[in-house]
Design a protein around this ligand. Sequence first.
Ligand code: ADP
Ligand code: ADP
Length: 224
Amino acid sequence: MIRYDNIEVSFDDFVAIPKLDLEIQEGEFFTLLGPSGCGKTTALRTLAGFISPSAGDVFVDGKRVTHLSSDKRSIGMVFQNYALFPSMNVWENIAFGLKVRKDSKSDTARLVAEIAGQMELSDEQLHKNVAELSGGQQQRVAIARALVLKPKILLLDEPLSNLDAKLRVQLRGQLKDLQSQFGITTVYVTHDQDEALTMSDRIAVFNKGVVEHVGPPAEIYERS
Ligand code: ADP
Ligand code: ADP
């Protein structure tokens, strides 16, 4: 479903990713694991269409992502720092993409209510300003904002890194449950081996812009 076909990504004369070949299957929870600065975010942003590779291409369902307009990409993205709109309440944050897409008011209200239920966000929380929420709640809102558009692919860039250890473990389980419930193809970026091993169907181990190994958690665990 997702195919990195021999891509290279450079920033000016710095080569962040010299060569990447990777295939991710439909419905998979796929993790890019590696230390900070090894090119994971760059690989993710290239899939999102934010960065164009300097060579090669990334394909989703056989189509080049750089050739698709953003509304055709059907990709939702969640960031480490949540990136919510601070001047909007929770409901408005979640509804934002639906409004951009010009969904009707009744569809918008229905879809927001549906995802809020699935993400266990209460009516009271929906009316709060995002700044009044804890980090874990904010990240739940960010995930809801991405999922409400029912994307085919969900990209998660270190979504749990800013949370405390207890919450991190709790949200790991919730994220994994959501992913299997929605059957959504998920590409997850982390430097946390434990996170990768507990959540993923398959893991790509990155080092200095290069994938050293791809395989299921048990295989990666044996090698580490
Ligand atoms: P990771 O997500 O694994 O921490 P990144 O993909 O963010 O790594 O970064 C990989 C390398 O590319 C790093 O050396 C980083 O400094 C560099 N890099 C990332 N984005 C840019 C950019 N926009 N301009 C220049 N260099 C960049
Ligand atoms: P506008 O027409 O100005 O774009 P809306 O009528 O969509 O705004 O929403 C106005 C306010 O009402 C928003 O701040 C939002 O929080 C709230 N709101 C609208 N619909 C709902 C709903 N179904 N559930 C909870 N809050 C809602």
